[in-house]
Design a protein around this ligand. Structure first.
Ligand code: FES
Length: 202
């Protein structure tokens, strides 16, 4: 201040210098803001773009689930729970599970584990005695814990309030003995469930 009073010209120069400095700072701020906005916008677009393709090719439930050969149960063994795809993999030995004798000859079935009644997850009960549901001599059934619907190892409903057999998923055998199960391709369960089994020779 003393210098400004002492030399008015120096004071004006100092004021002009400060004004210029403020202008430069404002321009820099605007430049940074625009750059940050563009970066954010581009980032969101990339995330959306990748998300779109991800939805087109889902993994896990809703997409194609691969079951390696070692995870396929032997014919006649208890069904295997494939959690990734929310299904049971049943390997029927001959007419096993074909409780109403529609002509099943065995093979692999991917049974959606969602109960067709009210959607509870249906577990496999290896010890349940079919005598309790008028099928004596057959041990091992799918049995819904919610209202008791009971299904053979081919998913055929024999007891309870479920309106139909368990639903099935599209299953194909790969050249290396593994399976591809399309969990997005679900067919409503029907009396023909045993006929939908896909033959498998390992
Ligand atoms: S939800 Fe399975 S029997 Fe009701």
């Amino acid at each position: 201040m003393a210098a400004t009073q002492a030399n008015p010209r120096a004071g004006r120069i100092e004021v002009a210098r400060q004004a210029e400095a403020r202008k430069i700072a404002r321009r820099s701020f605007l430049r940074v803001s625009v750059f940050a906005g563009l970066t954010l916008g581009l980032g969101s677009w990339i995330v959306g773009f990748l998300g779109f393709f991800n939805r087109r090719k889902p993994v896990g439930f809703g997409g194609v689930v691969t079951v390696i050969k070692a995870s396929i149960p032997p014919a006649g063994a208890d069904p295997a729970r494939i959690s990734e795809g929310k299904f049971w993999l049943s390997n029927l030995l001959g007419a096993q599970g074909d409780v109403f004798q529609v002509g099943g000859t065995g093979g692999l079935l991917a049974l959606y584990w969602k109960c067709p009644h009210l959607g509870c997850t249906v577990p496999w009960n290896p010890n349940f005695d079919g005598g309790a549901v008028n099928f004596p001599g057959i041990i091992g059934w799918f049995r819904c814990p919610c209202h008791g619907s009971t299904y053979s190892r081919a998913g055929v409903r024999v007891y309870g309030p479920a309106p139909r057999p368990m639903d099935t998923m599209l299953l194909s055998v790969n050249s290396d003995g593994s399976l591809s199960v399309n969990t997005g391709k679900i067919t409503l369960g029907g009396p023909d469930n045993p006929l939908r089994a896909v033959s498998y020779n390992g």
